[in-house]
Design a protein around this ligand. Structure first.
Ligand code: SF4
Length: 332
């Protein structure tokens, strides 16, 4: 019989249910993934309700401010210059064009505007424009987020001074599987950038991608690494691989959607106060899978017709889904 109550989570391996911990063991996280699905969902939903209004979803909009031509070799990414995809590389957008998009995002209900640039790391002169974008977005009353690759401490300081709220830098996968996905920079590089961002006083947005051919143990390892960072990322995007022809991961066997939901639920349990974001891959998910993700504790979505360079569900489909579920966008 698999009936549980919260009492059972006070026993090993479920120590201190709902506590903020940074000492999760692989065994504990493996045990969470292995729970019967109804028990896992119950536990995740219980922790979710202790920390958040379960009927509200935070809405972010993501804009690619500089597309393609990236020197990194992330095996999932059509923006890498290493792979032959149909993507056309572009220059950094003008500040005013970006702010126009931010105004439209706000009018459509977004509370956070995220800007992504396909760089290994930003050049100092590019940062002038990005700082002006951050200042403009903040002046509209929106939260700001950027993802620009690796950062030096002075660059992080400049972004902080411009008013940046969040910096996105994903770990992507487990330390063990990482080398199968990226060879042009190390897991340690990623952790260093996260430290740099945190030290500058900027909130961290950090998660990963599943469905890249990794095993369960890699999903366990990725969630463990995220949960055991010195502070939990304020925002944890969990992406389902969007397969793009021409990238090495095109043709990878698709992940069972219920395994994706399990990953969301375990993230919610081990990072109780973080916003868990349902990110790339929603376009290919049924409304029912997305509903299960929200029930598992996801409470943030990207909204808008495109996620950097891959399609995202049309905005009215998102709003209809929230409405059908009796849920609504989280106010700023
Ligand atoms: S994921 Fe980012 S760093 Fe990696 S290739 Fe794409 S744009 Fe470059």
């Amino acid at each position: 019989m698999s009936v549980i109550d919260l009492e059972s989570f006070t026993q090993e391996p479920f120590r201190q249910p709902g506590a903020i911990r940074h000492d999760w063991t692989r065994e504990e996280i493996r045990a969470l993934f292995a729970l019967p699905f109804p028990d896992l969902m119950f536990h995740a939903q219980t922790i979710h309700r202790k920390n958040f209004d379960p009927l509200q979803v935070q809405i972010s909009t993501l804009l690619s401010i500089k597309t393609g031509g990236c020197p990194e070799d992330c095996a999932y990414c059509p923006q890498s210059a290493v792979y032959d995809t149909d993507l056309k590389a572009g220059k950094l957008m003008d500040v005013e064009a970006v702010l126009e998009e931010a105004r439209a995002a706000k009018a459509a209900g977004a509370s956070r505007f995220c800007m992504g640039a396909a760089w290994r790391s930003p050049k100092d002169h590019d940062l002038d424009a990005v700082c002006a974008m951050v200042e403009g977005v903040k002046a509209m009353g929106l939260e700001s987020c950027v993802t620009l690759g690796m950062l030096t401490p002075p660059q992080a300081g400049r972004l902080k001074d411009a008013g940046l709220d969040y910096y996105n830098h994903n770990l992507d996968t487990s330390p063990e599987y990482y080398g199968q996905i990226i060879t042009t920079r190390t897991y340690a590089d990623r952790l260093d950038t996260l430290d740099t961002v945190r030290d500058a006083g900027i909130n961290v947005c950090c998660g990963g991608i599943v469905g890249m051919g990794e095993g369960l143990e890699d999903r366990v390892g990725m969630i463990q690494t995220l949960a055991n960072l010195p502070s939990h990322p304020e925002s944890v995007p969990i992406n389902m691989l969007v397969q793009v022809e021409g990238t090495p991961l095109s043709g990878t066997t698709a992940l069972d959607p219920l395994d994706f939901v399990r990953t969301i639920a375990v993230a919610r349990i081990v990072m109780p106060e973080s916003m868990v974001r349902l990110s790339a891959g929603r376009e290919d998910m049924t409304d029912e899978t997305q509903a299960l993700c929200l029930l598992a504790g996801a409470n943030s979505i990207f909204y808008g017709p495109k996620l950097l360079t891959t399609p995202n569900p049309a905005q009215d489909r998102d709003m209809r889904l929230l409405d059908r579920l009796g849920m609504s966008p989280m106010p700023l």
